[in-house]
Design a protein around this ligand. Structure first.
Ligand code: SF4
Ligand code: FE
Length: 484
């Protein structure tokens, strides 16, 4: 089957019967809901760009399983070049949406499950890898969006899954049957769940022998009986509900979303299970998925950063300060920080290595350094953007006032910047910066930069583990002529 077009993707979602709650209501038609739709448009962009011959090399590739042309978001990376192209694709998608386009979590989960299932089979003589390959062919042939689901609610963080007072705080197997398992629990912060055809579940922490029921990885359609999603609130989300409003939303067409997704005794057939009780492989799966997703941020956040830098430069121009040396320097600083993040994404990809299963994995140390920088630089880039934009970004009157025949002319007159720029355009750029630094897109550009793919401390632990300090001490001893 050929790649899905943007329109075919949107139509395919209409066929899903997901249970989605927002503001206490079950949403009949998520596809056309004004709060949800911008997030759908962002994923739809991953289809639209794949249709464009200009982006063919970045957005598409050949399946190593079928030989068919596929969207790169469905790829099992076959080389370091693939890893690099992945980052470039994410930067491009970030540039075109200025938000989270959600499809990466599935791609990162595919690659982590692919190699981990292979190694689990080697140790246990199971057949998870073959099952997973069949699943990947289904995903690729139908050009699906898959929500990669890792984060459990986790309850008391000091206790292992099996020691929680409420065992459902980590998703677990509650019944084993001949033909499959029944699972119960929840996954939090589910990026893009409502816009996904499938959900691919993984464990969220390393596990011990008592945690067998929690060491489970599987996939099911997102509208499987027993699954419900509760849509996450975002700053300024209800602006999207205001009638005839466009400027005040900041980024009218695009956005991202997260859900709290609950599994109320959901049946998973055997052919969709990719880990089931092999606790020592839970940690490998977590580490690999996190590594891939930490690489991902070296692409997507950089693309969004490109838009924010462009918006800041325009705000400066509209204010008539673009020639001031300190403004020029601030823009250069933003570019320097953004390109440093990109360098990290490219570096961990270039240094990637083949796994036992044959797919390629990023360099874990460099991927963790990449994400650690992501927990900081977008904040500094946002600070500089707000500095350049000026206070008017947060005190400006509403679009309704601007459109009002009596009040509007005052806004037109007193919010004017340089003569040739329309007041409306100045307002548009300021609202875009507000959206990206404080509004609904700030979820993706700021707080997600902090906590997505693991909070800063998780990367520091990995950096400590991967960095080979012993070797560095040896180097120093050699130079200092110390013999011990
Ligand atoms: Fe992709 Fe970035 Fe969104 Fe993660 S945060 S799903 S890497 S766009
Ligand atoms: Fe994320």
């Amino acid at each position: 089957m050929p790649l899905k077009t943007r329109e075919e993707y949107i139509e395919s979602l209409r066929g899903l019967k997901q249970k989605v709650y927002l503001f206490g209501e079950l949403i009949e038609n998520p596809v056309d809901h004004p709060i949800i739709r911008p997030s759908l448009n962002s994923i739809a962009m991953t289809y639209k760009l794949a249709e464009n011959p200009e982006y063919e090399e970045i957005m598409t590739t050949k399946s190593h399983l079928t030989g068919n042309k596929i969207n790169r978001f469905c790829n099992i990376h076959q080389s370091t070049k693939d890893l690099i192209n992945k980052v470039k694709m994410q930067r491009l998608c970030g540039q075109k949406t200025a938000s989270c386009f959600q499809r990466c979590v599935g791609m990162d989960a595919f690659n982590a499950v692919y190699s981990t299932s292979f190694e689990t089979d080697l140790a246990y003589k199971t057949d998870y890898h073959e099952r997973f390959k069949k699943y990947m062919i289904y995903v690729q042939d139908n050009d699906l969006v898959v929500d990669g689901a890792m984060t459990d609610p986790k309850g008391d963080r000091s206790l292992a899954p099996s020691k929680q007072e409420d065992l459902d705080l980590y998703l677990r197997v509650v019944e084993r049957r001949k033909d499959g398992v029944i699972v119960r629990g929840a996954k939090a912060h589910q990026t893009g769940m409502v816009n996904s055809h499938e959900i691919l579940v993984m464990p969220t922490v390393s596990m011990g022998p008592d945690d067998k029921d929690f060491a489970i990885s599987f996939s099911v359609p997102t509208d499987t009986e027993g699954i419900i999603s509760i849509y996450g609130r975002q700053s300024c989300d209800t602006r999207k509900l205001e009638k005839d409003i466009d400027i005040d939303v900041g980024n009218f067409n695009f956005g991202g979303h997260e859900t709290l997704t609950i599994f109320n005794d959901v049946f998973v057939p055997n052919e969709r299970i990719f880990l089931n009780g092999e606790v020592e492989f839970a940690g490998m799966l977590v580490e690999r998925f996190a590594g891939y997703h930490r690489q991902s941020y070296g692409g997507c956040k950089v693309g969004v950063g490109d838009v924010l830098i462009g918006a800041s430069a325009l705000a400066a121009e509209y204010n008539g300060v673009s020639k001031a040396s300190h403004i020029k320097d601030k823009i250069i600083e933003m570019i320097h920080l953004n390109e440093t993040l990109y360098s990290c994404g490219i570096a961990c990809s270039s240094e990637g290595e083949k796994t036992k299963s044959g797919n390629y994995q990023i360099d874990l140390l460099l991927a963790n350094v990449c994400k650690q920088n992501i927990t900081r630089f977008p904040y500094e880039i946002s600070r500089l953007a707000e500095d350049i934009a000026g206070g008017i970004m947060v005190t400006m009157p509403s679009e309704k006032d601007f459109r009002d025949p009596n009040i509007g002319p005052y806004i037109e007159k007193y919010l004017k910047g340089v003569g040739k720029v329309k007041t409306e355009n100045r307002m548009r750029i300021l609202r875009l910066i507000e959206n990206m630094t404080l509004g609904s897109a700030a979820v993706g550009y700021r707080t997600e930069s902090m906590h997505g793919a693991g909070s800063p401390q998780a990367q520091r632990i990995m950096i400590g583990r991967q960095s080979n300090l012993k070797e560095k001490k040896k180097l120093a001893m050699n130079i200092a002529r110390i013999e011990e």
